[in-house]
Write a protein that binds this ligand. Structure first.
Ligand SMILES: [Zn+2]
Length: 81
């Protein structure tokens, strides 16, 4: 993958992680695309856990087996908790 593209991709993953973290804490998070308040499906919603925009221009599906999306993708090897 092109280095600049990879860098951009990592930044987008970090942004998604940040949005998901805040939504999971019950905070209001606005869509990065249109500014609409994002909706959140939790573990007990009966649907796949996800943060999504009611206007369908932003959606992140979450996998709760892995806590950290960035670590899951193997992008952040330096930061360990
Ligand atoms: Zn939106």
């Amino acid at each position: 993958m092109d280095k600049d593209l990879n860098k951009k991709f990592i930044m987008e993953v970090r942004e998604m992680q940040y949005i998901c973290d805040r939504a999971m804490r019950g905070e209001e998070v606005n869509c990065p695309e249109c500014g609409e308040k994002l909706l959140y499906y939790g573990l007990n919603s009966g649907k796949h856990p996800a943060v999504y925009c009611p206007n369908n221009d932003f959606k992140v599906l979450m996998d709760f087996k892995e806590e950290n999306i960035i670590e899951k993708l193997g992008l952040d090897k330096s930061k360990k908790k």
